[in-house]
Design a protein around this ligand. Structure first.
Ligand SMILES: Nc1ncnc2c1ncn2[C@@H]1O[C@H](COP(=O)(O)OP(=O)(O)OP(=O)(O)O)[C@@H](O)[C@H]1O
Ligand SMILES: [Mg+2]
Length: 316
């Protein structure tokens, strides 16, 4: 089913007034269908058109990365991808973990694909278009992973320009998507570096435990190396996950993080069993449990990531 947007939502997403939308209809730029109550219904194509006209289209590559396991990387890609679709954006989610949890979350069978992200990374003759698959969610595509990816790092070591393989191949299809999200494996392998090089931003999910800090330190060193050696500068966002504010230590940890990372912090994702359940119903929680805490949290960070970057001199 094609997702539709009301005039109010379209205006909100594009950051224009409803009058502006009506004007575009009068000019013949937009021709909405009518809903059951005769309301105007716009498509994701209309959203794209208005974003282009208002110069508000963003193109982002976002690595969801942390070499620490189980912090919520896959959960974040799964639900953020859905939340971005609800903001009218076209999204590509790239599964870069041999466990293929993201692929499986969408109800897809990793072994059913002739070629996956493994081939994209290790075979010169596989293009991005060869490995893009549908997820069942309109406006959201995936590059699936499979278990062979576990051996890709060894193969990559032999390849020239090995850090740039993903970015070079994805460039060819970049104009099809507003946001490309990378679900990174829990290590700092060449695969992870490939995702970072193909990204403009990094989102670092982290649990509020003392030993999370060590992982973030190591990761920061990797970001600094990319800047120093490849002149590749990422906007980095910290994302506290599995937050329960009733726990005193969690509150203290968050206060410490906010003092440290300031405006590089996204709003926290609270603990919510619906987020753990969503892969079982094969759909991001933003669709299957839209009113849940987790869905609302992921929709909020989708808007935070899409917000136009303010110049330092602009008032808040
Ligand atoms: N906000 C949350 N509330 C409740 N459970 C969560 C939340 N975020 C993640 N989880 C659960 O925590 C577990 C680990 O999450 P997830 O698989 O997303 O982490 P990961 O960082 O991708 O792990 P890995 O490093 O193994 O790839 C999963 O069972 C997931 O359902
Ligand atoms: Mg994962």
């Amino acid at each position: 089913m094609n997702r539709t947007f009301t005039a109010g939502r379209l205006a909100e997403i594009a950051g224009v007034t409803r009058d502006h939308i009506s004007q575009l209809e009068n000019d013949g730029v937009l021709a909405p269908a009518r809903g059951e109550r005769n309301q105007r219904l716009f498509t994701a194509d209309d959203v794209s058109r208005v974003l282009d006209l208002t110069g508000r289209r963003v193109r982002k590559g976002i690595s969801v990365v942390n070499q620490k396991g189980g912090v919520g990387k896959t959960t974040t890609v799964f639900n953020l991808a859905g939340a971005l679709v609800l903001e009218g954006r076209r999204v590509l989610a790239v599964d870069l973990d041999a466990q293929a949890s993201l692929t499986v979350s969408f109800g897809l069978d990793p072994s059913s694909y002739a070629r996956t992200s493994h081939d994209l990374l290790t075979d010169d003759n596989t293009s991005a278009a060869d490995v893009i698959a549908a997820t069942g969610v309109d406006g959201l595509d995936i590059i699936p992973a499979d278990i062979r990816l576990a051996s890709a790092d060894v193969l990559l070591r032999e390849m020239i320009m090995r850090e740039r393989i993903l970015s070079t191949k994805l460039e060819k299809i970049a104009d099809r998507y507003d946001v490309i999200l990378f679900d990174c494996p829990p290590n700092l392998s060449t695969i992870t570096i490939n995702a970072l090089v193909a990204s403009t931003e990094a989102v670092v999910p982290m649990e509020t435990q003392f030993y999370s800090i060590k992982a973030v330190d190591d990761l920061t060193r990797t970001f600094n190396l990319l800047a120093a050696r490849m002149n590749h500068h990422l906007a980095v966002w910290m994302l506290p996950t599995k937050i329960d504010l009733r726990i005193k230590l969690t509150k203290e940890f968050l206060i410490g993080m906010e003092a440290n990372f300031k405006d590089r912090m996204l709003t926290s994702i609270r603990t919510d069993a619906n987020l753990a359940k969503a892969p079982m119903v094969k759909e991001p929680a933003v669709f299957s449990f839209p009113a849940s805490r987790g869905s609302r949290d992921y929709r909020r960070i989708a808007r935070e990531l899409l917000a136009p970057v303010r110049a330092a001199s602009e008032p808040a």
